[in-house]
Structure formats: structure tokens, C-alpha cells
Ligand binder design. Structure first.
Ligand SMILES: *[C@@H]1O[C@H](CO)[C@@H](O)[C@H](O)[C@H]1NC(C)=O
Ligand SMILES: *[C@@H]1O[C@H](CO)[C@@H](O)[C@H](O)[C@H]1NC(C)=O
Ligand SMILES: *[C@@H]1O[C@H](CO)[C@@H](O)[C@H](O)[C@H]1NC(C)=O
Ligand SMILES: *[C@@H]1O[C@H](CO)[C@@H](O)[C@H](O)[C@H]1NC(C)=O
Length: 298
């Protein structure tokens, strides 16, 4: 296992907002925050059987007793990977305890999801993700949207959509990020790389974290990233009851238009997923891992 791991996601709050018909403002629908943060999620309670990382995702009872999920004195939700157990190296499979949360509710077109984090886990072998998919169908029949996802020593976030065949990303809407892949049905999905600094890794935390937002509309799926100092004033001053207007937010990092993808068809209501895995099919892929600056131990 790597020497330096940083394993805590500190989440100030999530806002889920729905559009008011005929208005450009989104009104509060649900919030995940403070002492009730963990009530809105299901704990996976199983090994990582989707991306084959070396983790066991705890159920709620174990997560609570091992203090891998809790709300701290500042009211921030902490979601942590076990960083104290010394694992036995010679066992067949060595899994570290971690957390995978799935929101109990799902969110369809007309939703705005705002996520504020102070810290996102990073480091060699570390693969955190905040993403959505439609849990009612076999993945990826109801789509997947990766809002935050990066691995190992990456310092920039990557946004991606995953779909069944027939959905591609067109670049007909302005975005600040760089499109890396356009076919959303391939293994890698249709990817947009963040171009702003401090979207992931030590830079994210040292800047005090930041806000990620996902807009789901039939006319565009957008993702914005704002480092702490750049958070729009209407988000920074938002209360439990304030509505949010996205007009002042500027160009999103990623904008997926409906031009070459019927967004309504490929993205029925989405559940939110928050997890950290270790190694697995992306972070632990030997050629990808070796291409990073991460140490290799035998
Ligand atoms: C993962 O394991 C859970 C619990 O056994 C099971 O319900 C689920 O279908 C599995 N998922 C995959 C993709 O195999
Ligand atoms: C485990 O992580 C917590 C939170 O970042 C940190 O305070 C603690 O020092 C870490 N423990 C070890 C043994 O690294
Ligand atoms: C990590 O998981 C992979 C995939 O299940 C497995 O092949 C490998 O042996 C595991 N490594 C350890 C150290 O358990
Ligand atoms: C997109 O898909 C929706 C839902 O399946 C359908 O109602 C709509 O007609 C489709 N739009 C276009 C332009 O094909």
C-alpha cells in the first residue's frame, strides 16, 4: 500500500433543488447536512464488486462503530477510509474498510445538485468518486454521470457520462473544460477534463475545498466546479430556503447538449453515489498506475 494516503471526505452540505416552471431559479427540495446527513443514504455493505478495488464497503452499523462515517463538531459529514488497520499482506485478498453511499432518493430532469466539500480523498491507489446512476436498471442502461472522479496523483478532476450505445457528446455549447472522449458508450465514457486549478488532490484541500454542481435539464447536462475563493455569491450565501439562479455562475466546466444524445431518454432519474475505493480497474490498472508518479512495491 502507498505511503501517503489522505482518506477523508468532509462534506459541508448538499443542496438538491428543483426547477420552478417558467422561472430560471431552482427552489430547495432536499438537503443532506449536519447531524441528519447520513439518514438519506444506503450503505453498500459488500466488497467492491463493481470496480474491484481492494476495499470492503461497510454497512451502517460497522461504519458508525468504526467511525468511518460521522458528523464532526463543526457539523461536517466525514466519510473516511480505514487508515489505522495494519493488513496481513499474505492473505489471498486484502481489503481495507471503506464506504459506499447511495442516496435513497433519485433526481430527474429539472434538478440542480450542489455539493460542497472541504476535502476529497487523494493519493496513490486512492479512487474517490461522487457520481450518479439510475439504480432501477442494469448499469449503464439508466446512464451514469461522474461529477467528481480522479485517481492516484491526478490534480485535475474529470467529468464523464456513461450510457448504452447511441449517445455522444457534441461541443455545441460553451464549456471551460477540454473534451477528451465523445462516445459516451465506450468503457471510458465521454470525458471532459477540468482546466481550472485545485479541482482535485492536495490543491483542492489546500484551497479550502470547493463546490461542484450538476444541472440535469433536457437541453443540457452541465457540471460546474468552483474553488472555495470562486464560489458564486448566491451559493456562498445560500440558506435552507433560498432559491438558486444559475445565471451568474458563468461557463460550466462540462456542457453536454442534446445534439447527439437524447438526454431525457438516456438519463432517467439518478441516484447519487459517494465512495472511495483503492486500486481497482482504474487506479490499480498496472499500466495506469505505473504511468503515475506513485511508488511500486513488491
Ligand atoms: C454486488 O453485490 C451485491 C450484494 O451481494 C449484489 O446485490 C449486486 O448485484 C452485486 N453487483 C454486481 C455488479 O455484481
Ligand atoms: C487517519 O486519518 C485521519 C483523518 O485525516 C487523521 O486525522 C489521522 O491522523 C490518520 N491516522 C493515521 C494513522 O494516519
Ligand atoms: C486486490 O483486488 C484484486 C481484484 O479483486 C485482486 O486480484 C488482488 O489480489 C487484490 N490485492 C490484494 C493485496 O488483496
Ligand atoms: C427523447 O426521448 C424522450 C423520452 O424517451 C422522447 O419522449 C422524446 O420524443 C425524444 N426526443 C427526441 C428529439 O427524439
Amino acid at each position: 500500500m502507498p505511503a501517503r494516503l489522505s482518506h477523508v471526505a468532509a462534506l459541508a452540505l448538499y443542496f438538491i433543488l428543483n426547477a420552478l416552471p417558467c422561472l430560471a431559479a431552482y427552489v430547495p427540495l432536499r438537503q443532506y447536512e449536519g447531524s441528519t446527513f447520513f439518514d438519506g443514504w444506503a450503505y453498500y455493505g459488500n466488497v467492491d464488486n463493481t470496480t474491484w478495488g481492494n476495499v470492503t464497503y461497510l454497512d451502517r452499523a460497522d461504519a458508525t462503530s468504526k467511525r468511518l462515517t460521522y458528523v464532526n463538531d463543526a457539523g461536517n459529514a466525514i466519510v473516511q477510509v480505514d487508515n489505522t488497520t495494519t493488513l496481513v499482506r499474505n492473505a489471498d485478498v486484502v481489503n481495507r474498510d471503506s464506504i459506499r453511499l447511495t442516496s435513497l432518493d433519485s433526481y430527474g430532469m429539472g434538478s440542480l445538485i450542489v455539493m460542497d466539500a472541504l476535502h476529497i480523498p487523494y493519493g496513490c491507489s486512492v479512487w474517490p468518486a461522487f457520481w450518479t446512476y439510475g439504480i432501477e436498471k442494469e448499469w449503464p442502461e439508466a446512464g451514469e454521470i461522474d461529477i467528481i472522479e480522479a485517481i492516484n496523483d491526478m490534480e485535475r478532476n474529470q467529468v464523464a457520462l456513461h450510457t448504452i450505445p447511441g449517445c455522444s457528446k457534441a461541443d455545441t455549447l460553451p464549456q471551460s473544460g477540454r473534451t477528451l472522449e465523445t462516445d459516451c458508450s465506450t468503457n471510458r465514457g465521454c470525458i471532459v477534463a477540468e482546466s481550472k486549478p485545485n479541482s482535485f488532490g492536495p490543491g483542492f484541500s489546500e484551497a479550502g475545498g470547493g463546490v461542484y454542481a450538476l444541472l440535469l435539464e433536457p437541453t443540457s447536462i452541465n457540471v460546474w466546479f468552483f474553488s472555495r475563493a470562486d464560489i458564486p455569491s448566491n451559493i456562498a450565501s445560500a440558506s435552507r430556503t433560498s432559491s438558486l439562479d444559475i445565471e451568474s455562475w458563468g461557463t460550466p466546466t462540462a456542457a453536454y447538449p442534446p445534439t447527439r444524445c437524447n438526454l431525457t431518454q438516456y438519463f432517467p432519474p439518478q441516484n447519487l453515489i459517494l465512495l472511495t475505493t483503492l486500486c481497482g480497474v482504474w487506479a490499480g490498472n498496472p499500466s495506469i498506475y505505473r504511468a503515475s508518479s506513485c511508488p511500486v512495491r513488491r
